[in-house]
Design a protein around this ligand. Structure first.
Ligand code: GLV
Ligand code: MN
Ligand code: MN
Length: 392
C-alpha cells in the first residue's frame, strides 16, 4: 500500500470514526460510553487487518501490538493518541494520532522492517476528561501516574491494573493536530512540540437558596447563579488562559431563583508557579463573591498537572524525520493537554503537530489536508527507523 493510499484511507477512516458518536447529531465519545466501545471495536478491527495483536487493557485503552523484535525482553515503542472526544467535537483531535501510528506501522510491516523493539499502537480511552472532568485517565493509568485523589473520584477501581512495568516502555511518540494557527500561518505542514502546558481543573460550586422568582424580594436573595456570573467575569480578567466551559444551575426552572450552581474552571499556563498562584487568587476572589452574596463556596481541585517538557533526544529524531519533508520544522509549545504529558513521567515522549485549518479545534470544523497527513505518516515511519538505528 503506497503512502498516497495510506493517507487517503486514513482520511476515510477519520470520517467513519467521526460518525461513531453517543449523540445523533454531533460527535461526542466519552470514557466508557457505548460509542467508545464501538470505536474500540472499529479501530481494533483495523489493527487486526494490519496484522497486530489487539487487546483492551484494564483502563479501556485499545492496544495493537507488533512484537517485531522477536525477543521477549525487548522494550516497547508506544505510538498513538486518544479515541475519546469532547462534546460536539471535530474528528481529528485524537483519532488522527492513532490512525497515523497505524498507517506508519502498516508501511513498516509491508516494507519488512526489522526493528530492535516491539511496537504498540495505542488508542487511549480518556484524554479529554469529559466524563470525570479530570484528564489523562487512560494514559495516566497506563503510566501509573493517577493520583489517589483521581482514583477515588472514579467508578472504575480496576484501572490501576493497566499500569505498565517499570522499564518496559522504550518511548512514546504522538502525532496530533496542532489545534492552533502557527503552522498554517507559516505555510508548513509539520512541527515538533517543545512542551505541554500545565493545567488546573476545578469544580466550583456556589450554594445559595432557591425561591420564587415572582415573590422573593430582590434585596436579600441568595442567588447562586448571580454569584457564579460575577466570578466567571473575574476569571476572564485574571490574565492567564482560563475558561469556564460547563455550568449547571439547579433546580433549573425559569421561575425559580437558582439555589445551587456547579461550574467548571480550566486554567492553563506554561509557568506552573504562576498558574498555581492564579488559581489561588481565583479561589480567594470566589470566596469574596460568596461572602458578599451570602452564599457558600465549594472549591474542588480535580486536576493539577504540571508543565511537561518533551524529551529533547526523541524530539530531535522526530524533527530530523520530519525534515525529510520540509526545509524548516519549527518547535512549538502546546497549549492543549496531550497523553504525552502522562507518558513523559515514565519514558521519553515526543510529539509531532500537523497543521489544521484556521487553528480550529474542539469544534466540528476541525480540518486537515490529506497531503499533510501523508507527510505525517512518512515522518513517523522514518522516525521509527531512525530510532531503530540510534543506540537509544
Ligand atoms: C485537551 O484537548 C485539552 O487540552 O483539554
Ligand atoms: Mn487531543
Ligand atoms: Mn482535545
Amino acid at each position: 500500500m503506497g503512502l498516497q493510499h495510506l493517507s487517503r484511507e486514513l482520511m476515510r477512516r477519520c470520517d467513519e470514526l467521526g460518525r461513531v458518536s453517543d449523540e445523533p447529531d454531533r460527535l461526542t465519545r466519552t470514557f466508557r460510553s457505548p460509542a467508545m466501545a464501538r470505536a474500540n471495536a472499529l479501530v481494533g478491527g483495523w489493527m487486526r487487518d494490519a496484522g497486530l495483536e489487539v487487546r483492551e487493557d484494564a483502563a479501556f485503552n485499545l492496544l495493537g501490538r507488533w512484537p517485531c523484535a522477536g525477543n521477549p525482553r525487548a522494550k516497547t515503542l508506544l505510538l498513538g493518541s486518544h479515541l475519546d472526544t469532547v462534546r460536539d467535537a471535530g474528528k481529528y483531535d485524537g483519532p488522527l494520532g492513532v490512525l497515523t501510528a497505524l498507517a506508519a506501522v502498516t508501511a513498516l510491516r509491508e516494507a519488512g522492517a526489522q526493528l530492535p523493539f516491539d511496537i504498540e499502537v495505542v488508542g487511549f480511552s480518556d484524554e479529554e476528561g469529559v466524563r470525570y472532568q479530570s484528564t489523562y485517565l487512560g494514559s495516566g493509568a497506563l503510566a501509573g501516574t493517577l493520583t489517589k485523589r483521581a482514583l477515588a473520584r472514579i467508578e472504575e477501581k480496576d484501572i490501576e491494573r493497566a499500569r505498565r512495568k517499570r522499564g518496559e516502555l522504550l518511548a512514546y511518540a504522538e502525532v496530533h493536530i496542532e489545534q492552533g494557527p502557527v503552522l498554517e500561518s507559516r505555510n508548513l505542514a509539520l512541527g515538533v512540540v517543545s512542551g505541554i502546558s500545565g493545567q488546573t481543573r476545578v469544580r466550583v460550586e456556589f450554594i445559595g437558596r432557591a425561591g420564587h422568582a415572582g415573590t422573593t424580594p430582590m434585596k436579600g436573595r441568595r442567588d447562586a447563579l448571580c454569584a457564579a456570573a460575577e466570578f466567571i467575569l473575574a476569571v476572564e480578567k485574571i490574565g492567564v488562559t482560563a475558561t469556564v466551559g460547563q455550568i449547571d444551575a439547579r433546580p433549573g426552572a425559569g421561575n425559580v431563583i437558582p439555589g445551587h450552581v456547579t461550574h467548571s474552571l480550566d486554567v492553563r499556563d506554561f509557568d506552573d508557579a504562576k498558574r498555581r498562584a492564579v488559581v489561588e487568587k481565583l479561589r480567594r476572589q470566589a470566596e469574596a463573591v460568596a461572602a458578599r452574596r451570602n452564599v457558600v463556596l465549594r472549591w474542588t481541585v480535580v486536576q493539577d498537572t504540571g508543565r511537561v517538557a518533551c524529551d529533547p533526544k526523541l524530539t530531535r529524531l522526530l524533527h530530523d524525520a520530519a525534515s525529510g519533508h520540509q526545509a524548516e520544522v519549527p518547535s512549538l509549545p502546546s497549549g492543549a493537554g496531550h497523553d504525552a504529558a502522562a507518558l513523559a513521567a515514565v519514558c521519553p515522549a515526543a510529539m509531532l503537530f500537523v497543521r489544521c485549518k484556521g487553528g480550529v479545534s474542539h469544534h466540528p470544523d476541525e480540518s486537515v489536508k490529506t497531503g499533510d497527513v501523508a507527510k505525517a505518516i512518512t515522518a513517523l515511519r522514518d522516525f521509527v527507523l531512525r530510532l531503530a538505528h540510534e543506540s537509544f
